[in-house]
Design a binder for this molecule. Sequence first.
Ligand SMILES: Nc1ncnc2c1ncn2[C@@H]1O[C@H](COP(=O)(O)OP(=O)(O)OP(=O)(O)O)[C@@H](O)[C@H]1O
Length: 584
Amino acid sequence: INLDQYHPEERDALLQLRDSMTCSLNLHSNWTGPPCIANFSRWAGIVCSNWRVIHLVLEGIQLSGSLPPAFLYNISLLTKLSFRNNSVSGPLPNLTNLVHLESVFLSYNRFTGSIPSDYIQLPNLKHLEFQQNYLEGQIPPFDQRTLTDFNVSYNYLQGSIPSTDTLLRLPESSYGHNLNLCGFPLEPCPVPSPSPASAIFSPPPPTPVRPGQDKKKKLEIWIVVLIAALAALVPFMVFVVVLCCYKKLHGKETAKEPRAGGGPAGWTEKKLLHSQSTGDPERRVELEFFDRNIAVFDLDDLLRASAEVLGKGKHGTTYKANLESGAVVAVKRLKNMDGLGKKEFIQQMQLLGKLRHENLVQIISFYYSKEEKLVVYEFVPNGNLFELLHENRGVGRVPLNWAARLSIIKDIAKGLEFLHRSLPSHKVPHANLKSSNVLIHQDGQSYSKLTNYGYLPLLPSRKFSQGLAIGRSPELSQGKKLTHKTDVYCFGIILLEVITGRIPGEVSPRKDEIVEDLSDWVRTVVNNDWSTDILDVEILAAREGHDEMLKLTEIALQCADVTPETRPNMSEVMRRIEEIEQKN
Ligand SMILES: Nc1ncnc2c1ncn2[C@@H]1O[C@H](COP(=O)(O)OP(=O)(O)OP(=O)(O)O)[C@@H](O)[C@H]1O
């Protein structure tokens, strides 16, 4: 791709946002590479036109923190900005220079402070929404003819509504539920302003607290505290309520009877059976268990568990559930699987649930109903490889040394080789191998475990597999056949990520080029004979390991070869990794 027309200043601006706020999307793995390629963007929430960002829309993703000051200045062709339905706090964004803006949706957040007076100079504004924030001060005299949709309700605004043509046109609902707004279309202001100047907007002066206002302020604080407490409770309540409804509506729908006699070694199942026919009012919803050593629980126990969101991936949300028994599990609520039949789901889960390997996250149980599919996994307590490699870079970080990286690489290879051996008839047995799906368990020793494997057969179409890690493989984008070698490609990319410390799809160390494809970048550097240039600075000092590192780089590049047939299979990869180890 010719990136001559790419605008790095827009990318820098968006990365400021990505790096200073938190949200339920994994923007760190999605907002990589250039935001725009011609009219196309791979970035969540971004729309592009002719290499420029024109929409920034991040709605309902629990975006929280304050916006970086003036970060939008360089995204000068922006026409739509929306952070609707989040938890953004601090002042409203600075929109200076954004003369093309037509829609600004900042409603349902926690913005504080006043509405900046220079918003009145945005010449093309059509829609402006601020409702349900904590804004105070007065309304600036908006008078853009284009402005047809304007809402500041449910804030703490006060003073008279400026009597401009534009603001006079709007209904009462645009202004309702504020601290003390008056003037048309609301009630007339009680005392006419003593001087004409007071009708004109001016930024609110620091208001001295008058007697009586103190009480109002306290009340406001209480309201804020109450809203904050409710907001904190909402995700958990939603989880409980949704599951409760499903339990009531679909309690009858249960996992299929396990095959009598069990399967290969180690596979045991236990079901909690309390069928409706027993007339038991405490009818329990069955879950199917694969391991006798794991404390058995049912959906009711799961519902009573305290739950917290661990994160949201492309295929669902994962919760940590602390059961009353003291057991802790991870529960993944799958999405994009609406049309999935019960039989297929259960068959696949039973197949995956049988698998036992120290480098695979074990599936403990699952639940199927038409609307809800849950997979219960063992809880792996020490984060994932993505976090270990890339988070907290800079002062205070504990470097991840070469020995630890080598051991992680071996664990991943072992887990994947086992999957390939155990699921020979699966097209791509893992299909979602990426560093955030490698979980870390430290308990004296450290293990890496692969998770989110085996979902490919559950997805409704090939289109949906683009959201899996194999979505980056050359064969998927070229519409070619997928095989076990597609997993090998993903393994190669993780290997390069571990060796270089770089996130696939990020800016290169030289900052003047974009590494859309990590393997291409490594290949170029290695071909130019600067081989050790690719190594992560954290391992560069371990000179005695350079030989190993470069040999592994060679394996990684073969695994990430564009042609699937040229890639080695996982048993060969294992053999070569062990060979490297023995030689040293
Ligand atoms: N079994 C588990 N134990 C502990 N933490 C887990 C477990 N499974 C997932 N997590 C954590 O939960 C978060 C969200 O994981 P999830 O699998 O939903 O998203 P993801 O890794 O982006 O995957 P995908 O895009 O494949 O759906 C991640 O931070 C992950 O480390």
